[in-house]
Design a protein around this ligand. Structure first.
Ligand SMILES: [Zn+2]
Length: 317
């Protein structure tokens, strides 16, 4: 039997958790679906990654309203992927913030990514008609690092290296040592690496570990509420990325074609990671990008709805 494309066969709703990590930090998680981080300051709320549509954002807002009446002043985009970005208008924020590198990716490939991701994840784009026309654009961009104060609470937004994309941004509460990692870290969920920098990603994770987070909200999976859980999340993601890279690099160096490298790599990795959510969805994209990086493409090539289907046909039929 041919495998259904990406997450098209995944239609069962997940159970939402809203976990408090500190006096100011919350994690909206749903059994491996994309997470949203929430920071409640003295005078305003910041949302980190939005959910895929404004209608789905309403459920996040409902949970925010169970702990505060303050306005959502800031939306931060950890990176450009549509499944985390297109719900932004649902919060009616004063500002949408992302890195300049993420802005550049939205300009270059935002439209292609929107069409591609809507095709990959029908369940996550519930009420896709509620997404405004066009793309979600930032009102503020930064390079490297910036701080915002929600009253007395400092929130740092930082780029600590490339990994999941070239624009990856984390949010950090320096006094409470709470980290919102976006898709740089996943927990019991397969890292999507179709737009990744495999050789950089492990070093970026080492930079996150060096910050010694007390708790961490990953891109997917449960909130990591202790230093031991944080270490496990960082290690799991690092191991996966280095294992994919080692397998694909060896295959490419031996002169094997992508198709053979894909089959070898899935066979090698399935025993260790096959139980993580979206393993079967991610592997064709991850290995394709990894093979590109190991052979001839320093930067990820743009995924379109058509390229998604061609790749899937080539590797899965
Ligand atoms: Zn992503």
């Amino acid at each position: 039997m041919t495998k259904a494309f990406a997450s098209q066969a995944d239609l069962a709703d997940k159970k939402v958790s809203f976990t408090q990590l500190s006096p100011n930090a919350y994690a909206y998680t749903a059994e491996g679906d994309p997470n949203t981080g929430v920071i409640v300051g003295d005078d305003a709320v910041m949302v980190i990654d939005t959910q895929a549509t404004p209608v789905m954002a309403q459920d996040v807002l409902k949970h925010i309203r169970s702990v505060t009446d303050l306005p959502v002043k800031y939306v931060v985009l950890s990176h450009y992927h549509a499944v985390r970005v297109l719900g932004a208008s649902g919060y009616e924020p004063e500002h949408i913030i992302c890195s300049r590198d993420t802005y550049d990716l939205i300009v270059e490939r935002g439209e292609a990514d929107k069409a591609s991701e809507i095709g990959r994840f029908p369940r996550l784009f519930r009420a896709v008609e509620s997404v405004p026309q066009g793309l979600t654009w930032p009102t503020i961009t930064f390079s490297g690092q910036m701080s915002l104060w929600l009253g007395k609470l400092e929130v740092q937004l930082k780029q600590v290296g490339r990994g999941h994309t070239k624009g990856d941004t984390i949010a950090w509460l320096p006094e409470q040592k709470i980290l919102f990692s976006g898709d740089l870290v996943e927990f019991d969920a397969t890292p999507y690496a179709g737009d990744a920098y495999f050789q950089d990603w492990p070093h970026t994770l080492d930079n996150l570990a060096a910050m010694k987070p007390r708790a961490l909200v990953p891109g997917r999976g449960a909130a990591l509420t202790t230093p031991d859980a944080v270490a496990a999340g960082l290690k799991g993601t690092r191991d996966f990325i280095t294992d994919v890279w080692a397998s694909v690099k060896a295959g490419a160096a031996a002169g094997k074609e992508l198709n053979a490298v894909y089959k070898d790599t899935v066979t090698k990795l399935r025993p260790k990671y096959g139980h993580w959510v979206i393993f079967d969805h991610c592997m064709p994209f991850d290995v394709t990008r990894c093979y590109d990086e190991a052979t001839q493409f320093a930067d990820p090539r743009i995924w379109t709805a058509e390229r998604d289907q061609q790749m899937w046909q080539a590797l899965e039929s």
